[in-house]
Design a binder for this molecule. Structure first.
Ligand code: DGJ
Length: 691
């Protein structure tokens, strides 16, 4: 809901539980008024007439109070907008008009000479979506920095705490929480993709717990380089500024008639602690971001850990038969099916099946997989090329490179310059032909190296390659989805290197991490679900001992229960699994299918974090709940604590399907459910139904 004051200078957007208000002064300064619990227009108007502090000359009363601080004028904070023309630098805008657009969107239009600057606000559930569009109608303007939004937190005593999700390859989305201190904390990626190092999300609280207290969160929808800066200003005010690009060295140059729209930077206020905030983020993403989120994702098999590059049609057929027998619904052939791709040294760029491995193309295998009752999927990495490929031999200038410098190879590959139209067209033709050549239902879209030599020798403004790569990727995905509406896409980047709201709005799930160790995964999943829902969080059961990382031995039970907390997949070498293991796997897959609606569409409660002992999550949908619990290590023979459940009706009774016991809701909520777990690396699934 959008309300506007009579004078047309105070605006308030409200969701079911929260409001966001802003005000334009007579001097056209756009001030932040409120972000928090629901208030009315009269409250916002009362806030609007509060005088600004009298701070001159070494501080600015505008700092920490503006919605979108531009460079120039009496401001010392990090500017969200920094532009220059051939004549001058900075912005001095005048307000032109506001507009109430479709879907309750508020647009505020400003102008500085030929540059029109529009600030967009839209409330969806309790998430405020903000972005900015810049339309140049005058002489060329260089956008050094054009952030999507600046968020302002209210004054609070006691200091703010910052939560972030940090990581690296095979160790993504690990949650850290630390007090914020004066100055700036900057996270981001200067790698050309979202990166394994940080998810583009921060949360700030003062004293929240998992289920109580005020939490502010901000998440950026951009799959290239990005930056979020959290600043605690000298008077303890806190602002969060974020957008595309890491440095301020230039984003784009807009000639007359050209435009740039920033990605969306979404913000959420919640009073329900970290758990309440995550549930609100999840509900928002299921409703507005993830395509077809009400359609549950199938159980998949992926061949990567089983076979790596050593694949053949016959061997994939054997795996497919075993996968079908345990109840898998989607069979995915990973890397190694195309070109001369028998190792990571060759083939990227040549997206036609390897005739030695697939003499009749992919269709015979796809048909076979379909005949087994499963969908068929394949792996691609379209943005890359191996120097040893027909594509590179034909077009060595299609990659990102700096003239006269070495072309840095990582994993023996170079990055294609997707900003080039000929490259975009080539990829469209190759992928469209591929998806038309066989009944393919699913594409795992990988990206396995960062930008290093992001140059474009023939372009007058090569810097634009960073932004244009991402917009070209988005266009290509959109075009493919439109032409092949029944094909689902997975975003992968060496595991979880490209997970953000931007890519999630055009893919169906994401590959959470190349780390498939079921214990490490608990922490990775704990972090991931702070912002994203289980509905997109792909998780595979692989072999024990773990082949990729650490040799850890764990039971099939522990591996399955860990992976069942997300979109279940199987990635072990089924050809080596015993009959007993396959039978047990079949039971787990069947159980997952039963609880899948709760996991993929229910409300998630993180009951206990994975910190060494007992950890658990609970999903609730309508009258049903399911608890997934893991015991890492039982120490000193101490009894394993009961799990206090959440989201139940205290006045109702619940039957546990596993034990047949009937529990009173109030008892489960206040005294807990016993899990029966013991020893090391034990796990269980407990289903409850209201009776
Ligand atoms: C990285 C991915 O994360 C893996 O799952 C696998 O697809 C490999 N790439 C294949 O090269």
């Amino acid at each position: 809901m959008l309300e506007i004051a009579d004078n047309g200078r105070t605006w308030i957007l409200s969701g079911p539980a929260s409001s966001y208000a802003l005000h334009l002064t007579e001097g056209d300064e756009l001030l932040h008024l409120h972000w928090g619990p629901r208030i009315g227009l009269a409250d916002a108007e009362a806030l609007a007439v509060r005088p600004l502090p009298d701070y001159w000359p070494f501080e600015s009363p505008l700092d920490g109070r503006e919605e979108y601080p531009v460079e120039g004028g009496p401001r010392f904070v990090r500017p969200a907008l920094s532009v220059r023309t051939d004549e001058r630098r900075g912005t001095e805008w005048t307000f032109e008009a506001y507009e109430r657009a479709e879907g309750g969107e508020l647009r505020l239009r400003f102008r500085d000479g030929g540059l029109a600057i529009t600030l967009h606000y839209r409330m969806r559930h309790d998430v405020v979506e903000r972005w900015v569009s810049l339309d140049n109608e005058g002489p060329a303007v260089e956008l050094l920095r054009a952030d999507s939004a600046t968020w302002t937190l209210p004054d609070r005593e006691g200091g703010w705490r910052l939560s972030q999700l940090h990581g690296r390859w095979a160790a993504e989305s690990r949650l850290v929480r630390a007090p914020l201190t004066y100055g700036e904390k900057v996270i981001g990626s200067r790698r050309g993709h979202t990166g394994h190092q940080h998810l583009p999300w921060v949360a700030l609280d003062t004293d929240a717990t998992e289920e109580r207290g005020e939490v502010y969160g901000c998440a950026l929808g951009w799959s290239g380089s990005w930056r979020i800066a959290v600043a605690e200003l000298p008077d303890t005010r806190v602002q969060i500024t974020g957008g595309a690009g890491y440095d301020d060295s230039g984003l784009l140059r807009l000639e007359a008639g050209e435009s740039f729209t920033t990605p969306v930077f979404a913000g959420l206020w919640s009073e329900g602690g970290f758990g309440g905030a995550s549930r609100a983020w999840h509900a928002y993403q299921r409703a507005y971001v993830i395509p077809d989120a009400d359609r549950d994702r199938p159980v998949l098999f992926n061949s990567w850990e089983a076979t790596e590059f050593d694949i053949s049609e016959e061997q994939q057929g054997v795996l497919a038969r075993r996968a079908a027998a345990i109840g898998v619904e989607l069979f995915v052939v990973d890397d190694g099916w195309f070109g001369k791709r028998t190792s990571d040294r060759a083939g990227l760029g040549d997206w036609t099946p390897n005739p030695d491995r697939f003499p009749g193309g992919l269709k015979p295998l796809a048909d076979y997989v379909h005949a087994l009752g499963m969908q068929f999927g394949i792996w691609v990495e379209p943005e890359m090329v191996n120097p040893d490929s027909d594509l590179y031999r034909a077009h060595p200038d299609w990659v990102q490179y700096q003239p006269g410098r070495k072309r840095t190879e990582l994993r023996n590959q170079l990055v294609l310059n997707l900003a080039r139209e000929d490259v975009q067209e080539y990829l469209w033709e190759q992928l469209h032909a591929l998806l038309s050549s066989a009944p393919i239902d699913y594409v795992k879209w990988d990206f396995n190296r960062c930008f290093t030599d992001a140059g474009w020798p023939d372009d007058p403004y090569p810097q634009r390659l960073w932004v244009d790569h991402v917009t070209a990727l988005y266009r290509l995905l959109d075009r493919l989805r439109q032409a092949h509406p029944n094909v689902a896409f997975e975003s992968c980047s060496g595991g979880g290197g490209r997970i953000d709201l931007g890519v999630m709005s055009r893919t169906d799930q994401v590959w959470t991490s190349d780390n498939t160790d079921p214990l490490d995964r608990l922490a990775i999943q704990h972090g991931f679900t702070q912002i994203h829902p289980a509905r997109v969080m792909a998780a595979w059961v692989t072999d024990s001992p773990n082949t990729q990382l650490n040799g850890r031995v764990s039971s099939l039970r522990f591996r399955f229960v860990s992976a069942m907390a997300g979109v279940l997949g199987v990635g072990g070498d089924l050809a080596e699994w015993t009959e007993e293991e396959l039978a047990e796997a079949g039971d787990w897959v069947a159980l997952y299918k039963e609880i899948r609606p709760l996991v993929q569409r229910g409300d998630l409660y993180r009951l206990r974090p994975p910190e060494g002992g007992l950890s658990a999550v609970q999903y609730v949908l309508d009258d049903e709940a399911v608890v997934l619990a893991w015991l890492q290590a039982q120490r000193y023979g101490e009894p394993v604590p009961a799990l206090r459940l959440r989201g139940l009706d205290p006045a109702a009774s619940y039957e546990c399907r596993e034990t047949g016991e009937v529990h009173r809701g109030a008892v489960l909520l206040h005294h807990g459910l016993r899990t029966g777990l013991r020893g090391d690396l034990d796990a269980t699934v407990l289903r409850l139904r209201r009776i």
